[in-house]
Design a binder for this molecule. Structure first.
Ligand SMILES: Cc1cc2nc3c(=O)[nH]c(=O)nc-3n(C[C@H](O)[C@H](O)[C@H](O)COP(=O)(O)OP(=O)(O)OC[C@H]3O[C@@H](n4cnc5c(N)ncnc54)[C@H](O)[C@@H]3O)c2cc1C
Length: 429
């Protein structure tokens, strides 16, 4: 089978790249082993949250303009600040076509609340996490009700509220906690099942209990302007349910990302896959690329675990297999390697320098900055030093940035995926 482009890895980066290519009429296949990091993420897209000293970055694009000049190997520098912006707003436009509205605070970061009640700077959030009404109500210091569903074990509003109250931004804001009973849950003390957010979201999607829940939420919120709840307003019909619940309760309904699986992240994953399919893209799920054939400076074809030995060939390839978390990088006792093509990896030969002794070190863990080394065109080199000119590496697989320390994971995945597509299109024109 031959395609214009084969993308290995169907996460945020691979799918952004695939959509950009498929919309030009290119034949594109994405092959992906399993769930991507989106199922674990907050569903907000971070651009640049913290500078090198751990201080919050308030205006990320302004920050980037200078940052890329002094950090030429950073993935954002490989894209260029202008293309990072172009990529992010392109991404927002694509999600919009699938019914997911992403909101930003003009040129500034906004904060979203985590399950533990800490605040995290981010650039794009879904409507139930950030919009103009939420911003204004927060500025007015309106009362907040942090609510949970009785028996749901992945969110503890009392703990979240302790942390929120410690935050200077929440000074003089009244926060109460409350419980609502999910009608299908039965007796939470005797319930033999552990409901995860995804189970509850699926029940929400049926819309069966919306009115009943609205009454409970209104009562539990007793006078608050916001009802902040774990994010499970549905996976497919969330937009309608959010609107309906707000109308029925008269409250701003705020979604807090839950422990995985993250409904907010799953919505983005579904939307990207749906957009890719609607453009004619082929998504091969549940298969793993195990190797490829490189001839001279070109990758000719790849083989997969389930392909029965038949090769997939293409004019260009994108490797978007993620970091250690998704199997894009593998650590052995004394080396870090890239398992599909054994590409040249940036890492440290000395294992004891891979991590810092503290759990949350200020300077971050070094292993988070390891990855497949590329040139400025995102082309990697093989282990024996040959440059592969029709292979582009993107996303969490790339080195020289730290998604946790910087708060930049989503932004890097989107912008390098987009950048690879632009380079491929330039090469074809
Ligand atoms: C727990 C967690 C929470 C995060 N939260 C946030 C957040 O709130 N906001 C934010 O902006 N960023 C967040 N990030 C970072 C951001 O989500 C990731 O950097 C980004 O999603 C990475 O996208 P990716 O496409 O590069 O890789 P991934 O999402 O890791 O996708 C890689 C895909 O490749 C597949 N794959 C791997 N090897 C092969 C193979 N050989 N053949 C075929 N397929 C293969 C994997 O199965 C996977 O589906 C978080 C990351 C993690 C791990």
């Amino acid at each position: 089978m031959r395609y214009d482009c084969v993308i290995i890895g169907g996460g945020l980066s691979g799918l952004t790249c695939g959509i950009r290519l498929a919309e030009t009429g290119a034949s594109v296949a994405v092959i992906s082993t399993g769930m991507s990091a989106l199922h674990f993420s907050s569903g907000s897209i971070d651009l640049f949250g913290y500078n090198g000293e751990g201080r919050t970055v308030y205006r990320p694009f302004e920050f980037l303009d200078e940052f890329v000049g002094s950090n030429p190997r950073h993935p954002y520098a490989l894209c260029g600040a202008r293309q990072v912006r172009e990529a992010l707003f392109y991404f927002r436009g694509q999600l919009d076509l699938e019914g997911i509205e992403l909101y930003n605070n003009d040129e500034s970061n906004h904060f979203h609340v985590t399950t533990l009640g800490t605040l995290k700077p981010t650039f794009f959030s879904q409507r139930s996490v950030f919009n103009e009404k939420i911003r204004l109500a927060f500025e007015k210091k309106s009362m907040i009700a942090a609510l949970n569903f009785e028996g749901y074990r992945d969110f503890y509003p009392e703990l979240a509220v302790i942390n929120l109250r410690r935050n200077v931004l929440f000074r003089n804001i009244e926060i109460i906690t409350g419980k609502i009973v999910y009608p299908d849950y039965g007796d939470p003390q005797r319930n033999p099942f552990e409901y995860r957010s995804v189970d509850i979201a699926r029940i929400f999607d049926t819309e069966r209990y919306l009115e009943e829940l609205a009454v409970q939420i209104r009562n539990a919120a007793s006078g608050a302007a916001f009802a902040a709840m774990p994010a499970f307003l549905g996976i497919s019909n969330f937009k309608r349910h959010h609107k309906l619940l707000q109308e029925l309760t008269g409250l701003l309904i705020y979604e807090i990302p839950t422990l995985p699986p993250s409904i907010l992240g799953m919505r983005i994953d579904n939307a990207l896959k749906s957009r890719f399919a609607s453009l004619g893209g082929v998504y091969i799920a549940g298969d793993t690329v195990t190797g490829g054939s490189i001839s001279g400076e070109r990758l000719e074809s790849v083989v997969t675990e389930n392909g029965g030995g038949s090769a997939l060939s293409a004019g260009s390839f994108v490797l978007a297999t993620g970091s250690f978390f998704s199997g894009g990088l593998v650590s052995e006792f004394s080396r870090v390697r890239e398992p599909v093509l054994d590409l040249k990896v940036y890492s440290d030969a000395e294992r004891s320098r891979w991590y810092a002794p503290e759990f949350f070190p200020r300077r971050g863990h070094p292993f988070l900055e390891y990855g497949v080394e590329t040139d400025e065109r995102l082309n990697p080199k093989t282990g024996d030093g040959r440059r592969v000119k029709n292979l582009y590496c993107t996303g969490a697989l790339l080195p020289y940035y730290n998604p946790i320390k910087e708060g930049s994971g989503g932004g890097v995945a989107v912008s390098t995926g987009y950048r690879a597509a632009e380079l491929i299109l330039e090469g074809n024109s």
